[in-house]
Design a protein around this ligand. Structure first.
Ligand SMILES: Cc1ncc(COP(=O)(O)O)c(C=O)c1O
Length: 481
């Protein structure tokens, strides 16, 4: 594990003080102004457009361009995705069971969406693509489909969606690794120690890996860990929730058995996720949901279930969600080079900017030089992380996340190796709705926070957490319907 810390600023601040007082204001730079000074690289013009929000109010009364640095939590829709949904809505009808013309059109859209997602993940000929609600749903689906007595090996550093669905008895939890080598050694030892079963009933094993950490953005050494799993005859589930928007997901090249990811993290926030991969365990398992569409025959005497994706998609499927997801996958595939260039630029500046601030500590699992997506997690000496996030939002119009990011064990481990002072961290995660100006605004705001504390007075309450004391902004959220 690696922690980059910079010398502490003035010691007059404490994390326990209930209020913070005003210092001279740091003004956020309106987006248009900043852009005039930044030379956009050629590739920026090829970036796919995301649906842009209206300006957001800050405490000072300014309206500013919302700096979305919270992509690891969720992503705004691509304009193309929103258009695809709007278009498909016009012909929307029931899928699969309807005979009307529009049912046929909608069914064709649904199955074409499945094909597009299969292309996006590099599915093998006989892989199945099951539409789910989310990564959480996908992992739970596979957990329910495990053959009896399957051993599961999972690192404790996983997101709770990937850590928790496995039955305790058959699960080996590996500690948070200190390095990529350590991860390999831990996995090797765990797989070697697994029970092998009997010749008549050999035990199966599943290794659960994350492609990219939702806390640090670091890429896990999936190919090397997957090779160890293979050597021991184990299968691999890859959680690509934080990877799919940033890197090529290729089941075959990565040599994994299943991948899971969510539409809302790849600019298709319409309630769809995916589990793609081997069909044998899924076909042999009880349907995830019992109901219409998953059945081949139902009589007084029993039920015969279909195999394939439909076995686990009972009920009327989320067709518009599937179409949205397919449109996002197609968009990412077409704009890959520009996305890579944009994100590499933002990541480098985020790391460089935050690591250069006195009193800021950044965190990593595998070491500061490990490859990562556009995510950086940090703490500020003497400031509660939730207060930092509240001030970034209220004073600067910057959206980030503070807490433990549904990866409590990993965050506790990283923070324990830091100063001991913090029980939560701040995560910034850039993406296609982030601009270079957003990153500059963040670096300037964190620099000011680390040096002087927040620019307004905040109080902490059990209901609201940290909130500005004098906040005259009205939360204006006219209902969209
Ligand atoms: C690495 C990782 N896995 C799984 C999930 C769960 O995704 P969802 O909330 O879409 O089910 C998340 C969400 O943040 C994540 O970051």
């Amino acid at each position: 594990m690696s922690i980059t810390s910079h010398s502490a600023p003035s010691s007059s601040r404490t994390t326990t003080a209930p209020t913070f007082h005003r210092r001279p204001r740091l003004r956020a730079v309106p987006d248009g102004v900043a852009h005039r000074h930044l030379s956009a690289p050629a590739a920026a013009r090829d970036l796919p457009a995301v649906v842009r929000p209206d300006l957001v109010p800050t405490l000072s009364g300014d309206l500013v361009d919302y700096a979305n640095l919270d992509h690891a939590a969720s992503t705004p829709a691509f304009e193309r995705v929103a258009r695809a949904v709007e278009t498909a809505t016009r012909t929307y009808s029931s899928v699969h069971r309807g005979t009307g013309w529009l049912s046929r059109v909608t069914s064709a859209h649904y199955e074409a969406a499945r094909d597009e997602v299969a292309r996006f993940v590099g599915a093998r000929e006989d892989d199945v693509v099951v539409f789910t609600r989310s990564t959480t749903d996908s992992v739970n689906l596979l957990a329910r489909a495990l053959p009896r007595d399957t051993s599961v090996v999972v690192f404790a550093s996983e997101h709770h969606a990937t850590l928790l669905p496995w039955r305790g008895r058959d699960t080996v939890r590996l500690p948070v690794p200190g390095s990529a080598r350590d991860a390999e050694a831990l996995l090797e030892a765990a797989l070697r120690a697994l029970p092998t079963g009997t010749p008549r009933r050999p035990r199966q094993a599943l290794v659960v890996l994350t492609a990219a950490s939702n806390v640090t953005g670091e890429l896990w050494p999936v190919e090397r860990l997957g090779a160890i799993a293979r050597r021991h005859g184990a299968r691999v589930l890859l959680d690509a929730a934080q990877f799919a928007a940033h890197r090529v997901v290729d089941i075959e090249a990565l040599d994994v058995d299943w991948v899971a990811f969510s539409g809302h993290k790849v600019h298709a926030p319409y309630g769809t996720g995916v589990l793609a991969g081997r069909s044998d365990w899924l076909d042999a398992a009880q349907p995830y949901l019992a109901g219409g569409g998953a059945t081949a025959q139902v009589t007084e005497h029993g039920t015969r279930w279909v195999t394939g994706a439909a076995r686990h998609e009972a009920g009327s499927p989320n067709v518009l969600g599937a179409i949205a997801l397919a449109a996002a996958c197609a968009t990412i595939r077409e704009h890959r080079a520009a996305i890579d260039e944009h994100e590499a630029r933002l990541t480098a500046r985020l790391l460089d900017g935050l690591r250069g601030i006195d009193g800021v500590t950044t965190y990593s699992i595998f070491g500061d030089d490990s490859e990562r997506g556009p995510v950086v997690t940090f703490t500020v000496d003497g400031l509660d992380s939730q207060l930092v996030a509240a001030a970034l939002s209220a004073e600067h119009g910057i959206g980030v996340r503070a807490g433990k990011f549904c990866a409590h064990i990993l965050v506790d481990t990283l923070l324990d190796e830091g100063s001991d002072e913090h029980d939560a961290a701040v995560r910034v995660s850039a993406g296609l709705a982030s601009t270079p100006e957003h990153v500059e605004r963040l670096v300037a705001a964190v620099t000011a926070l680390a040096a002087d504390g927040p620019g307004a007075e905040y109080e902490h309450t059990a209901e609201q957490g940290w909130a500005p004391v004098d906040d005259t902004r009205e939360l204006s959220a006219p209902l969209p319907w």
